[in-house]
Design a protein around this ligand. Sequence first.
Ligand code: SAT
Ligand code: MN
Length: 586
Amino acid sequence: MSSPLEKWVEETERLTKPERVVWCDGSEQEHERLVAQSLADGTFLPLNPKTYPDCYLHRSDPSDVARTEQVTFICTSSQADAGPTNNWLSPAEARQRIGPLLQGAMKGRTMFVIPYLMGPAASPASKVGVEITDSPYVVTSMRVMTRMGQVAMERLGKSDDFVPGLHSLGDLNPKRRFIAHFPEEKLIWSVGSGYGGNALLGKKCFALRIASYMARNQGWMAEHMLILGLEDPSGQVTYMAAAFPSACGKTNLAMMVSALEKSGYRVWTVGDDIAWMRVGADGYLHAINPEAGFFGVAPGTNKNTNPNVIAALRKHSIFTNVGITPENEPWWEGIGDGPPAGTRNWRGEAATKDNGPVAHPNSRYTVPARQASSISPHWEDAEGVPISAFIFGGRRARLAPLVYESRDWQHGVFVGATMASETTAAATGAVGITRRDPMAMLPFCGYNMAEYFGHWLKMGRTIAHPPRVFHVNWFRRGADGKFLWPGYGENVRVLKWMLERVAGRGGAVETPIGFVPAPNALTLEGLRIEKQTVEELLRVDAADWTEEMAGTKKFFEKFGSQLPGELWSEHQQLEQRLSRSTAPRK
Ligand code: SAT
Ligand code: MN
């Protein structure tokens, strides 16, 4: 008798009609075979084997360089279950529209079956996915980003407890591109794109969209969050999880080389993008990183902004849509020097001043997490790491101070729900537009976001020791348009304040929006920054915030009566605090 997995593979073979079927085991020999093929057919270009051993450059189709949210669908039986922020198709209509695109889509191609495990091999919280794809780039990338092959097959056995994901490049025509999720069946269909979050189905499709739906039903959390540990001079490590939208610096924060290392503060990386969290026996929320690699934004990455990743990506890494130097080394804007004469851009043309950026703004590196020297010794712990703080953040040129702490869990959920950020190149569409992105989950929540907020509120009632909730903004600009805060390794100063708040020590002043560091509560030694700049960074402008409330209100109204009353109540209370603070003093 064939297993549920074998049945699905046979069914898919009949649908897509590949020339051959290859079951991937994740072995070294298989990797070498695949790389040799990918080099032969141009999927990969070799990088310098001396300075970048086992590293490759992949150029995607120029029309296929980022996630495409407008063709990403949540396919639930009822539209209300997808909610007002997701694109929706009924499961029947999705099958009708996408089925024909998959019909015979793998003719003449190899169909790869990739069993993979999301989460550490030892963790009971880990889950099995199986991706079927006709893209060898996807196979090689999944081997970095997940625990692929044998380990997943062992976990699965003959059971049907896996998330099937069917991916085909199709003809790469954006008009025939669909990324569809069927959360009721835990199924994913993706066709017409070979890019990152559209094609590596373990990442956003499974670990966020499908997993968030499962988590709501099962009482846990799947979040778009990095996980880091901050070690203090006594050697104690406090774990924090932070949600920022795509391309807002999660990887850099998670891998930071601390500016306070000499005083004993050091950052350990557990994850850079996704956190799966459950309440542990100790009453703390415990987080695992379901992934095994980092899929980070290349431009702007250099030995100052992220020295750990620069060192890590010198072997076994894949580069997508970056430039290439005559020495066959990867090159991108902000890498440091250059570009050297003879560099070719991400499309393979000679890089000149007039043909745009050398690396695509959303070009990426894919690197095994274990290669980072900052990787936490606990990153694969079966029980995950206990989370003491949540950090929300985004890009806001104005408004949000460098850091503030919410008043309590419910207010923290409000802070997350009202997050907004300027858009980046990680998704197609205009860049730099401020949009609401609650908990950085707007593109990744697999169900109605009103219910998602409700789930957060409910979780708060089940966690005996809930994380404290903070909000940060590294991107505030001064009147001259320049960033006020240096960011990167200096961000540890803000994390240190959070650690002190968690320990019940850090000094804070109350403002209408929450608590900001008291004067002198931020450790600024060794940083050249004017007192006025710090004041400006921490300033809460009641008039600006009152204006912001109108935007928040409009956003909340989208959800109609489904929005939890607690959030309206928080909205009202904030309005009152703001009006009290702007009222003339008696
Ligand atoms: O393309 S991905 O979705 O994997 C990266 C991102 O946008 O966060
Ligand atoms: Mn992400």
